[in-house]
Design a protein around this ligand. Structure first.
Ligand code: AQP
Length: 331
């Protein structure tokens, strides 16, 4: 079985990206049922909103190093940069012509992100899910591990694949989402009813994997909570405390129920201190490894190998798709 996933280099990846996605990739790489794993850096998705070219380059390399520092094993996982495999854009276009504007306009992420675009909404922001579908369908991925926020895009991917298969005959594997129960939705630290996002203009809203450890402690200590003073999980009435419980549970592997019991007589300050300790203990070794490898030849070696392997698979698939659709000349 094959699993595939990607992250946009639209900023430094956050604790939410780690808990909702990367931590699962690292766990799943040890599952023997997966004999092929592809993890990519979704740089073409990042340009759906404005990017500074120098920062983008830096973020691409940084994400590659972070994947490795978080524990992805390059002997088991192919890591590559999306824009280095042109078949993604080729199939992305074809899938734009397979989907309908109404379907894309219904996407929650589009509705949220378009509100924040002061300089105008790019066409790419709307058609992003077609490219995401291409990323997945090119490789016949069986499973796509993501956070809950990407579930709707994955459903669209399945619809597009089924539509294509019905029209042209069996071409694409229909992928299944893999969403872990905890960590599926980590919220902003200052507005806990909104998801934590690496592109949030306010850095207090998120914890970057590369934040200074003291800054991480400060951000957790100033996370918005409530005035009740009791620690239990209630997303609706206590979104801030519930979010911190989720974070602690994901990091320590202790269930939320057990955490509620442990903290039932504790105050918010002690609880936040423990959350901060757990996050720092998790991120400190990742940062150390990241700093060791960022400028080593390893990162480029891994990305070259990943690009070659991904191109091999993607080129075979795109040739099949073009043939089925009657595009170009028969091969
Ligand atoms: N808040 C979240 N909780 C849990 N998982 C999350 N993910 C993102 N936010 C959360 C998961 O991280 C992976 C990478 O996401 P992405 O970079 O491709 O796009 P995104 O979902 O748009 O992530 P961000 O951080 O919100 O980026 P920006 O700010 O650029 O839009 C996905 O698996 C996602 O589910």
């Amino acid at each position: 079985m094959r699993f595939l996933s990607g992250i946009q280099p639209s900023g430094n990846i956050t604790l939410a990206n780690y808990l909702g996605a990367v931590q699962n990739f690292v766990k799943l790489q040890d599952d023997p049922k997966f004999n092929d794993i592809l993890i990519f850096i979704a740089d073409l998705h990042a340009i759906t909103v404005p990017q500074d070219k120098t920062v983008l380059r830096k973020n691409i390399k940084s994400l590659a190093a972070l994947y490795l520092a978080c524990g992805l094993d390059p002997n088991r996982v192919h890591i590559f940069i999306q824009s280095e495999v042109p078949a993604h854009t080729q199939l992305g276009w074809i899938l734009q012509c397979t989907g309908y504007i109404g379907e894309l306009e219904r996407m929650t992420q589009y509705k949220d992100k378009k509100e924040k675009q002061i300089g105008g909404i790019t066409v790419g922001l709307l058609t992003y899910p077609s490219l995401m579908a291409a990323d997945i369908l090119l490789y016949d991925a069986d499973i796509v591990p993501t956070g809950k926020d990407q579930k709707q895009h994955l459903e669209l991917t399945r619809d597009l694949a089924e539509r294509f298969n019905t029209k042209y005959g069996d071409t694409f594997v229909i992928p299944e989402p893999y969403i872990s129960k905890t960590g599926a939705n980590i919220m902003s630290l200052i507005e806990p009813t909104k998801k934590m996002s690496k592109s949030d203009p306010n850095p207090k809203a998120y914890i970057s994997l590369l934040d200074d450890l003291n800054v991480i402690r400060k951000k957790i200590k100033s996370a918005v909570t409530d005035s009740e003073g009791k620690i239990y999980f209630d997303e609706e009435n206590k979104p801030g405390i519930s979010n911190l419980l989720t974070i602690l549970s994901c990091i320590t592997n202790v269930s939320i129920k057990d955490l509620e019991e442990k903290y039932k007589d504790k105050n918010y300050q002690d609880f936040k201190n423990d959350v901060a300790d757990a996050v720092v203990a998790k991120l400190e070794p990742i940062q150390k490894k990241y700093n060791e490898i960022l400028n080593s030849p390893l990162v480029d070696e891994v990305l070259d190998n990943g690009r070659d392997y991904a191109s091999y698979l993607a080129n075979k698939k795109i040739a099949k798709v073009l043939n089925k659709m009657g595009l170009g000349r028969k091969k």
